[in-house]
Design a protein around this ligand. Structure first.
Ligand SMILES: *[C@@H]1O[C@H](CO)[C@@H](O)[C@H](O)[C@H]1NC(C)=O
Ligand SMILES: *[C@@H]1O[C@H](CO)[C@@H](O)[C@H](O)[C@H]1NC(C)=O
Ligand SMILES: *[C@@H]1O[C@H](CO)[C@@H](O)[C@H](O)[C@H]1NC(C)=O
Ligand SMILES: [Ca+2]
Length: 715
């Protein structure tokens, strides 16, 4: 009975361990693994997915070569393979676990990977002599001297599921080593980027190569941030006195958007959209007579100061369009440039509830419309031009689309970087619903989005629906049990989170739920899925998995990374607003390619030991490693019969000019230098030629190598 009980408990314990295993890949820098830009030539097993760039792989190969030079040949013969296997664990997608870095966050990471017991035992029995070359950790050496049990105990992992090599065959781990994983799970983390903001309404970039992120608050202030999180104290723009708003929770009046001119870098022009006081109290409407006015919205052009690109010129404002607003709510607020270079302006239906005056279907007003203007064009009566192919030139020339209720935030696709920019220029918007449905609309020229006949796919005003046969249906709609106020988002086309490529990420203002739409290339349908935050075992600091719940807006930086702007109390007087960056904890883009991870202190640092300019791809063909077997060991001298290939960072082929033997006097500069050098330093036992520099290694302790300062070939 007792025995059964113990077996039962053991079984349960095992089961619990399997269930609670927090199996997520992670690198030694606490960031997700990635796909290297090229096959790794040394730790090739991690070419598809792991934690090493090609540069880091090269560094490990050099460590390996240094070991080879230090370790007696007979020992190397039987243990060299172990050295390679152990060194390459730094490239494993589970490196952080194999080296147990999470459990020892404040200490130096351990110098030896965690080995499974049976592997460790046979390694120790055969090769314990090489351990001292692999690590100089004192406690480790002490454990080694006490025997196999002591050593294997010392390097065992607290979580045996990650020990090498058994983790390679553990299904629960290997199922998760998948570049597709996050797509099916939809689990993400956030990195807090900015906080203490008062209703942050946008985070935008100027596409001018400065990497600046302009974050605007609803009360009328814009600050410049940098991808590393630092902020200019002096605001970029402060138009608070012009803004018409209150501190009431949920007030929809205020400052909403800026959009940078496509040629902002050269002309310094940008455009702003905000609420301001109206000088009239009523306006005349064709159908409804005199209508009372609450305020008006204004779209203006501004310029930056010629003397200071971080500061808008407050005197440069040139109003372009003003629209009187009968009610306090539904003021639209999106402003963006299409790939056609025209400015798109998204205006709400004027407010109240249900569009009481029917403005969205009324072509005589700009309310409930999407406008498109040419800010560089001219017009006899207006401070902007009209694109010649606008769809309603004879009715209301600015109108591009109509029948919208209150579009709040749109995203424009930069195009699929993996597929020739497919999708570039399409614009998806969130149109906030009335009482039942929220919708995402695909912006199309001339389209009628149906409001106030339709709300989502359902009929809102029966008498209008029957007539309106051509209304554009939403791309996607959700009902009010899912959420009550959509916030349109952005297409992810950044480099740092490759699994998110093509996601249109958006959310709900009221309940903070996040979703993504993704095109199914087979069916052409856009499929919606909720995005969940990962658990805290995956969102390890500085990543978080919670956020203030009112999703006000989404933003984008120059690299295409996506931001979310939220608050915990939507009032301009409350500074509970924050900006977060989305992070996929399962996979990142190759850090050698992406300008990833900008948080100082946690930022990715590539290997510091890049000592020669050798393109790693050429190493196996032309470089020294090809000749490793013929490199002399410690006490040998280089014999006349041995040749060493030189490879040159600038040349792609191995031609005869690159091959030299020590005795060769040669007639080229390269060979002469090499020859002379050998004579002058005859005591140096070992010589490696890398690139066109020479590496000289001392034969005396402390073992060290020195890279010649000059490019020998050109001395
Ligand atoms: C990497 O190696 C694999 C298998 O050897 C090969 O199919 C693939 O083309 C290589 N990729 C690159 C980028 O060299
Ligand atoms: C952040 O980046 C900006 C702009 O590149 C730079 O001026 C600033 O010093 C950086 N701050 C930190 C803390 O690295
Ligand atoms: C709302 O949408 C959810 C999710 O699609 C669905 O389960 C639910 O039945 C819908 N409710 C109504 C009232 O249509
Ligand atoms: Ca609609």
């Amino acid at each position: 009975m007792l025995q059964d009980g113990i077996i039962m408990i053991s079984f349960l314990w095992l089961l619990l361990n399997v269930v609670y295993i927090s199996s997520h890949p992670q690198c030694l820098d606490f960031k997700p693994p990635f796909t290297p830009e090229a096959n790794l030539t040394f730790c090739g097993q991690y070419s598809k997915f792991g934690c090493c760039t090609s540069d880091q792989d090269t560094t490990i190969r050099r460590q390996y070569e240094r070991l080879r030079a230090q370790i007696p040949a007979s020992l190397w013969l039987s243990c060299g393979n172990y050295a390679k296997e152990l060194l390459c664990q730094k490239c494993s997608p589970y490196a952080a676990h194999i080296y147990d870095t999470e459990a020892r966050p404040l200490e130096q990471p351990r110098s030896f990977p965690g080995l499974c017991s049976s592997y460790c035992t046979s390694f120790y029995q055969k090769c314990n002599e090489i351990i001292k070359y692999l690590s100089d950790e004192k406690n480790l050496q002490a454990a080694v001297s006490k025997g196999v049990a002591s050593f294997c105990n010392y390097i065992a992992l607290p979580d045996v599921d990650y020990c090498y090599p058994e983790l390679l065959t553990k299904d629960i781990l290997n199922d998760r080593i998948s570049v597709q994983q996050v797509n099916s799970e939809g689990c993400l983390c956030l990195e807090k980027f900015a906080n203490k903001l008062r209703n942050p309404v946008f985070a935008r970039h100027a596409n001018d190569g400065t990497q600046r992120i302009f974050i605007g608050e609803q009360l009328g202030v814009v600050h410049i941030y940098y991808p590393n999180g630092s902020k200019n104290l002096e605001p970029f723009l402060d138009v608070q006195p012009k803004i018409y708003s209150t501190k009431s929770k949920g007030d929809e009046r205020g400052f909403f958007s800026i959009a940078f001119h496509p040629n902002f870098k050269n002309n310094g022009k940008f455009y702003a959209y905000y609420s301001t006081g109206s000088s009239v109290s009523t306006i005349e409407n064709d159908y409804h007579g005199q209508i009372e006015i609450d305020h008006k919205i204004r779209i203006s052009e501004f310029k930056v100061l010629p003397s200071n690109k971080d500061k808008a010129d407050p005197l440069s404002e040139k109003p372009l369009i003003e629209v009187e607003e009968p009610f306090w709510n539904h003021n639209g607020g999106e402003l963006l440039f299409g790939i056609d270079g025209y400015l798109y302006i998204f205006i709400g239906d004027g407010g109240n509830a249900g569009d009481p005056y029917g403005f969205a279907q009324d072509m005589s007003t700009k309310l409930g419309k999407v406008l498109r203007i040419d800010v560089d064009g001219s017009h006899p009566k207006k401070p902007y031009g009209i694109p010649p192919d606008n769809p309603f030139l004879n009715v209301h020339e600015e109108i591009y689309a109509y029948g919208v209720r209150n579009i709040w935030r749109c995203g424009m696709d930069r195009g699929d970087p993996n597929n020739a920019g497919e999708g570039r220029g399409r614009i998806f918007c969130g149109d906030v619903g009335q009482s039942k449905y929220e919708e995402i609309d695909f912006l199309k020229k001339g389209a009628n989005y149906g409001w106030n006949a339709f709300e989502g796919n359902s009929c809102f005003k029966q008498e209008l629906c029957t007539e309106m046969v051509n209304a554009e249906r939403p791309l996607f709609a959700y009902n009010h049990t899912v959420g009550k106020s959509v916030t349109g988002g952005h297409f992810y086309r950044g480099c740092s989170n490759p699994n998110l490529n093509g996601f249109y990420i958006y959310g709900d203002f009221m309940n903070g739920r996040l979703f993504r739409l993704l095109e199914n290339k087979q069916t052409g349908q856009w499929e919606n899925k909720e995005i969940n935050m990962c658990k805290s075992d995956m969102c390890v600091p500085p990543l978080v998995n919670t956020y203030a719940p009112n999703i006000i807006s989404f933003g984008e930086d120059e690299d295409g990374e996506i931001y979310m702007l939220t608050t915990n109390f939507p009032s301009t007087s409350h500074d509970g607003g924050a900006v977060y960056r989305f992070i996929d904890p399962a996979r990142r883009g190759n850090p050698a390619i992406c300008k990833a991870a900008r948080n100082p202190g946690t930022s990715y640092t590539s290997s510091p030991i890049i000592d020669v300019p050798s393109p790693s791809t050429k190493v196996p063909d032309l470089g020294i490693s090809h000749q490793l077997n013929s490199i002399p060991s410690r006490s040998d001298t280089i014999s006349n019969s041995q040749s060493i290939h030189l490879w040159n960072a600038g040349s792609s082929s191995s031609n005869s000019d690159n091959t030299y033997s020590p005795s060769q006097t040669g007639n080229g500069k390269n060979s002469r230098s090499y020859h002379n050098y050998l004579h002058q330093r005859s005591r140096l036992h070992r010589l490696q030629i890398q690139g066109i520099r020479i590496r000289l290694c001392s034969s005396h302790l402390p073992f060290s190598c020195r890279i010649t300062q000059k490019m020998y070939g050109y001395q």
